[in-house]
Design a protein. Structure first.
Length: 306
């Protein structure tokens, strides 16, 4: 009886992933509201998230679950570099290729995560989860159909988007491997601080460094609270409890949910391809999430300590 109470308080990873996907779906609207250069938005958003996590980082320090040792610290720092690369490379790709091509190519990370998760982490993934990922990727193809262009400039943008997807895959794989021994706040805050520094240096190097206006700061605070703490940090929590592929697939739910939010908040009517593709993406995500392990919180190959 005494062992049952703590377990009952552990949130369901499946529902946590749903909540996180809804949270990150507000990114596009808040970034549009900020209306500033990408590097400034990223460093301000991640810097705020790092500060907001400080009380929980202190708690993790007392528990002894902060990164320690050269290997662990190195992996967490590399994870931060990967996340910064994802944000900055994908944003840069939008200047050279179509939104559809960029969104599709950066979203191919489940294809990368699947074999590497098995080879590097030894994770076993069910056919049902693979099928869900496949349906979601088909949905991305449908969503982006008809909005591609082929030229040398677009090809460079496509490569940037692919690099952004590779970085996200690396970020998720490292997170899954180190989160077994690290607190989510300490891990996340360290990663966000690295992203903040890299984005700030990018702003300086690009000649766009400036003090943001109150409007930009408020929009970035929304990004920090809703999309980073409520989205990415919850994803980092889930990495300890479910296969990395499931978290990777969950990221694909952002485009269709963002379209729904744009319709409700900005009165932006999505295209038929967006609607049909969104239905397939959400169907694939639901198929993956109905896995018993995703709903019950069983950790699979990595033990849950917190």
């Amino acid at each position: 009886m005494s062992l049952a109470a703590p377990r009952s308080r552990t949130p369901s990873p499946g529902w946590a992933l749903v909540a996180a996907t809804i949270a990150v779906s507000f990114s596009a609207i808040l970034i549009k509201a900020a209306d500033d250069d990408p590097a400034t938005i990223v460093w301000l958003r991640m810097g705020m998230a790092t500060v907001l996590l400080a009380p929980w980082v202190v708690r993790d320090a007392r528990r002894g679950v902060l990164p320690k040792g050269w290997r662990q610290v190195g992996l967490v720092l590399i994870s931060g570099v990967f996340l910064a690369g994802h944000f900055l490379l994908w944003t840069a790709s939008l200047q050279y290729t179509s939104v559809a091509a960029s969104v599709l190519l950066v979203s191919l990370h489940p294809i990368i995560v699947t074999p590497l998760g098995k080879r590097v982490l030894g994770e076993r993934v069910s056919r049902q989860m693979l099928a869900g990922g496949g349906v979601a990727i088909i949905g991305m193809l449908v969503t982006c159909a008809g909005d591609f262009r082929v030229d040398s400039t677009a090809f460079g943008g496509d490569l940037l988007a692919i690099a952004g997807g590779l970085c996200l895959a690396g970020y998720l794989l490292i997170g899954r491997s180190v989160r077994a021994n690290l607190g989510v706040a300490g891990y996340s805050a360290t990663v966000y601080a690295v992203v903040c520094v890299i984005a700030a240096l990018t702003a300086v190097a690009g000649g766009v460094a400036h003090l943001p206006s109150p409007r930009v700061a408020l929009a970035c605070l929304g990004l920090a609270v809703v999309c980073t703490l409520g989205g990415h940090t919850v994803y980092n929590w889930a990495l300890r409890h479910v296969p990395v592929l499931l978290v990777s697939i969950s990221f694909l739910g952002e485009p269709p949910l963002a379209a729904v939010l744009a319709l409700l908040i900005l009165a932006s009517v999505p295209s038929l391809a967006t609607v049909l593709g969104g239905v397939l993406i959400l169907t694939g995500l639901a198929l993956a999430l109905v896995e018993p392990g995703a709903r019950s919180g069983r950790p699979g190959d990595i033990a849950i300590a917190q």
